[in-house]
Design a protein around this ligand. Structure first.
Ligand code: DSN
Length: 486
């Protein structure tokens, strides 16, 4: 099977499918059809380096636009709260089967609508399995409806007073890993582990010491801005030592797990009690979530809807099944290895030009550039790069002096441009172009003339020069080749 995104085998079929679909949309709301056309043009013309984005295949995208969207299917396969779910059952079973086979997981749950939903399903499953289940047993009750009001109040108090230990946001963790403004920081007593202040790397001895002192019910591993791999065997050892459930959020690197770049101790699935992911990042599927679990947690995860989730998005579950089928092809392993190789080249491209990276490199798909050495905030760098057609997002660096809004970093990722066919030399050139933009950007001032963390001045001609240089590379690697819209 050739690459499902860049294959032009069926380009005329795909072109006519989209052309006709846009005509139907335009007949009702032409501005949406126009915005849809413009989005493709914009994505084609820019260097997309957002680490959490990708380009799904036409097969995945087309699967989402069907009448499965019209169906309610709360419940689980074969056990729904609505009649007429036989075809949704087929879809959900196939998505789960592909996920189990791809990741070697005993159990897979394909319903979560997003990464946050998937993580919430995981957390509530852990609470159900570790707290609610034992309570029901203690009182000899089959379910919570049988508890007296007094017993129920006591249980609710217990459910709301458990402990979670996760990686801090500015060390690369995610807001759902116990960050106070997120519900995970409110529903758990939470503490955070960081990274080494000198190397920026995870220190397992520090995690172990924190876990021993705090004794969490849930130990979270995973990240959205940490440019390194994690040893999940060590994280499981720590969880076992303190009696915690190990939950891994692999949303960012699921594609590297699926593509067998992360194997052995770097593959979270055999070590975590529960693993959650999104399906649209390095995994290159539709926008959505997925939960994998060991058998002992399967029945509580299976209650994700209606415990946490609204009705499943059956059209998206169908697209997950298609994307997971694509990821089971050998070509996906080549793609995943290229993501990691390209990230190394991008990192070396920065470092050879004197730029500073958090952890001095990468061994996954993320490069975290500290832009303070250019005299800029992350916000200024992000905006100047966007002017030059380079799409990134600003991101905190450890102990960030500029806080989580302006930040001091730019997070870059290789999955999307690797899908377009960019190789190591092109990523070195991307580093050169980014350094050129940042070297030619000056911090601006507010209207009152005081230093601003947001405004900036980009040198004359820099944006056009970088856009021209990018266009040369982008033209060599067209997005959805052969897909023509009039
Ligand atoms: N928003 C995603 C990211 O960009 O990493 C994670 O939720």
């Amino acid at each position: 099977m050739s690459d499902p995104v860049s294959s032009s085998v069926s380009s005329s079929v795909v072109s006519s499918a989209y052309q006709q679909a846009l005509e139907v949309i335009a007949s009702v709301e032409p501005r949406i059809a126009d915005a849809t056309r413009q989005e493709l043009a914009d994505q084609r013309a820019s260097l997309k380096l957002i680490a959490s984005e990708n380009y799904a295949s036409p097969a995945v995208l087309l699967t989402m636009g069907t009448w499965f969207s019209d169906k309610y299917a709360e419940g689980t396969v074969g056990h729904r709260f609505y009649a007429g779910c036989q075809n949704v059952d087929t879809v959900e079973s196939l998505a789960a089967e592909h996920a189990r086979e791809l990741f070697g997981a005993p159990y897979a749950y394909a319903q979560p609508h997003s990464g946050i939903d998937a993580n919430l399903v995981a957390y509530w499953s852990i609470l159900a399995h570790r707290v609610e289940g034992p309570w029901l047993e203690k009182y000899g009750k089959k379910n919570v409806n049988e508890l007296t009001d007094e017993e129920w109040e006591t249980l609710r108090h217990e459910l709301g007073n458990q402990r979670l230990l996760g990686m801090s946001l500015d060390s690369g963790g995610h807001l759902t890993h116990g960050f106070r403004p997120n519900i995970s920081g409110k529903m758990f007593h939470q503490q955070q582990y960081g990274t080494d202040p000198v190397t920026g790397l995870l220190d397992y001895d520090v995690v172990r010491a924190k876990a021993k002192e705090f004794k969490p019910l849930v130990l979270v591993a995973g990240y959205s801005a940490y440019p390194r791999r994690i040893n999940f065997a060590k994280m499981r050892e720590i969880a076992d030592e303190v009696g915690a459930t190990l939950f891994v959020d692999m949303a960012h690197f699921a594609g590297l797990v699926a593509g067998k770049v992360f194997t052995g101790d770097e593959d979270p699935v055999p070590f975590a009690h529960i693993t959650a992911t999104t399906t649209h990042k390095s995994l290159r599927g539709p926008r959505g979530g997925l939960v994998l679990a060991q058998e002992e947690y399967a029945s509580s995860v299976d209650r994700g809807c209606p415990m946490v989730l609204g009705g499943p998005l059956s059209h998206v579950m169908a697209a997950k099944a298609v994307a997971l089928a694509e990821a089971r092809q050998p070509a996906f392993q080549t793609y995943a290895q290229q993501i990691a190789d390209n990230a190394k080249s991008l990192a070396e491209g920065f470092m050879s030009r004197g730029a500073k990276l958090v952890t001095d490199g990468t061994d996954n798909h993320i490069v975290l550039l500290d832009v303070t050495s250019f005299g800029l905030t992350g916000r200024q760098a992000e905006s100047a790069l966007l002017d030059a057609g380079v799409v990134t997002n600003r991101n905190s660096v450890p102990a960030d002096p500029n806080g989580a809004w302006y930040t001091s970093g730019i997070r870059l990722g290789t999955p999307a441009l690797t899908t377009r066919g960019f190789g190591k030399d092109e990523f070195d050139r991307v580093a050169e172009l980014i350094v050129h933009v940042l070297q030619n950007t000056q911090p601006g001032t507010t209207k009152a003339g005081t230093p601003s963390q947001a405004s900036y001045v980009l040198g004359d001609g820099v944006a056009d020069k970088v856009k021209d240089a990018s266009a040369e590379m982008l033209d060599k690697h067209p997005l959805y080749p052969g897909l023509e819209l009039s």
